[in-house]
Design a binder for this molecule. Structure first.
Ligand code: GLC
Ligand code: CA
Length: 546
């Protein structure tokens, strides 16, 4: 029970992970064949990007049939085999519930545009004769769309869309839509998926005179589907995708009766701001503002995902700082964020990449790793939209990076093939048996986290270090305290760490490298930290059960 509180989540795209049949498109049998790799990495849960039937104009977030699998990814049986095999290996599976909108190719939309105005079928979507309704709603894809309304020549009316104009928003005021969406939810829960990521869930309802985001009606609907899910299925999980400030995102946990998880969008840009400035305070501020949560709830923390790195919750000057440092070229920017992978964002500096993962895996929240970042994959900003961070997984230096066999003439998206990040240099095969590789380091961090439940379930207390460049905190659960210290700056730092009272006299054992340090003392504990060094100390009373 409550597996989501200790989950280590790996996000991947079936399409770009592994191709089993040489057509150049990743598929379920390919993914299933790579489960041993994921199990060995130590992750406990897989989050799959949308794999439903789709014209793929938004990489599958434009769904044309909710209950069908996009044919090149495999059959329903392939999906079932994948799910069974994942479960047999102790891996949970999160799939996407994209209900704010459909593709304009979805049968509901094709019917709606032809149906009589005011009819039940027409009202599956949101229509208007003019574009001045809901003027308070911002345009989200600001680099590609200029309005939330698009003209439909068949319906001879405008339809509402918060994302691409080929993604009409469903009309949640129509009870038929709400019923249809619940049916889709039950369909995938019946298949046995463990959790659903609720895509773009802040935008379900529209009301005049509001921003049309985070409305009370949306929260009421979430409470309703949560109770339906609990009643029928027991311990399944809802994960909210809402980008907003701390106060806003927290509302999606409700009183523990909405989503059990939400992505930690408030922390994300502050992690990067902290690393750019070499200053721990943005992290302390973000974590303090977002705790505690209702019982049974957990943040999903992340460094990167399949979208641009969202910076919208930063102050203007903070955003400029991160953009200047991490995305100097305008081709790297999209919708006010950054469309780059983790390694390039951090200047491909191994120590900085490691400290970022160290924080991801030790701060409160269930960490989400984005496929390929564990080997330091790069991106390709010449590709359109966000495709540059969604290139095929680099398994080896073989033809097509081991993603597909040589029969494939065309790949779904080009491989990264440059001198620094190209698959000939950066690949799983080159790292998996090298104890000094990034992959091995991350595997050890994950193992360390899983061996110390305080890092998943513990409380958090920030510790004095005498330096704003050094972040230190204690995570305590039961009789165990883990103390994490991280130098966020590019200079060596010498600090005096004020350890929590309950650790005084206890031996300090560094978890990741298994090194014994002198016992904790009542006086500040002297430590010297190399640039971007981080240490995880286990301090448990001898013989005490953790
Ligand atoms: C979410 C997805 C993004 C997609 C958008 C519209 O934000 O993460 O990839 O483009 O929804 O569906
Ligand atoms: Ca294939």
């Amino acid at each position: 029970m409550s597996w989501h509180l200790d989950a280590v989540i790996y996000q991947l795209h079936v399409r770009t992970f592994c191709d089993s049949n040489g057509d150049g498109i990743g598929d379920f049998p390919g993914l299933t064949s790579r489960l041993p790799y994921l199990q060995d990495l130590g992750v406990t849960c897989l989050w799959l990007l949308p794999f439903y039937e789709s014209p793929l104009r938004d990489d599958g977030y434009d769904i044309a049939h909710y209950e069908r699998i996009h044919p090149p990814y495999g059959t329903h049986d392939d999906f079932r085999r994948f799910l069974d095999e994942a479960h047999a290996r102790g891996l949970r599976v999160i799939t996407e519930l994209v209900i704010n909108h459909t593709s304009d190719q979805h049968p509901w939309f094709l019917a709606a545009r032809r149906a009589a105005p005011g009819s039940r079928k027409r009202d599956f979507y949101v229509w208007s004769d003019h574009t001045s309704r809901y003027a308070g709603a911002r345009v989200i894809f600001s680099d590609t769309e200029s309005s939330n309304w698009a003209w439909d020549p068949v319906a001879r009316a405008f339809y509402w869309h918060r994302f691409f104009s080929h993604q009409p928003d469903l009309n949640f005021d129509n009870p038929g839509v709400r019923r249809a969406v619940v049916k889709v939810m039950r369909y995938w829960l019946d298949q046995g998926v463990d959790a659903l990521r609720l895509d773009a869930v802040a935008h379900l309802f529209e009301r005049e005179g509001t921003s049309c985001e985070n409305l009370p009606e949306t929260h009421a609907f979430l409470k309703a589907i949560r109770s339906d899910m609990d009643r029928r299925y027991g311990s399944r999980v809802l994960l909210a995708e809402v980008n907003g400030d701390a106060e806003t995102v927290r509302t999606y946990f409700g009183d523990g009766d909405e989503c059990q998880m939400a992505f930690h969008f408030p922390l994300l840009p502050r992690l990067f701001l902290a690393l750019v400035r070499g200053d721990a305070r943005p992290i302390i501020q973000a974590v303090t503002a977002t705790h505690p949560l209702p019982d049974g709830c957990q943040w999903a923390t992340f460094l990167r995902n399949h979208d641009e790195l969202a910076l919208s919750t930063l102050e203007e000057h903070e955003r400029a700082t991160v953009l200047d440092a991490c995305a100097p070229d305008t081709a790297m920017r999209l919708h006010g964020g950054i469309r780059r992978r983790l390694a390039p964002l951090l200047g491909n500096d191994r120590a900085r990449i490691e400290v970022a993962f160290s924080l991801l895996l030790s701060l409160p929240g269930s960490p989400v790793l984005y496929y390929g970042d564990e080997i330091g994959m790069g991106d390709d900003v010449r590709l359109p939209d966000r495709d540059g961070v969604r290139t095929p997984m680099q398994w080896s230096d073989d033809t097509h990076a081991g993603f597909t066999d040589a029969r494939a003439r065309r790949l779904i998206t080009p491989l990264i093939d440059d001198a620094t990040y190209g698959y000939r240099r950066i690949n799983v095969a080159a790292q998996i048996n090298d104890p000094d590789s990034l992959l091995s380091r991350i595997r050890r961090l994950i193992a360390g986290r899983r061996a110390h439940p305080a890092l998943a379930r513990g409380s958090i207390e920030f510790l004095q270090t005498g330096s704003d460049a050094v972040l230190a905190f204690a995570r305590t659960h039961g009789s165990e305290t883990v103390v994490v210290v991280a130098n966020l700056s590019s200079a060596v730092r010498s600090i005096g760490l004020v350890l929590p009272a309950q650790t005084v006299g206890l031996p300090l054992v560094e978890i990741v490298d298994d090194v014994v340090f002198p016992p904790a003392a009542a006086t500040p504990y002297p430590l010297s930290l190399a640039p971007y060094a981080s240490l995880w100390f286990a301090c448990a009373a001898a013989g005490a059960p953790a």
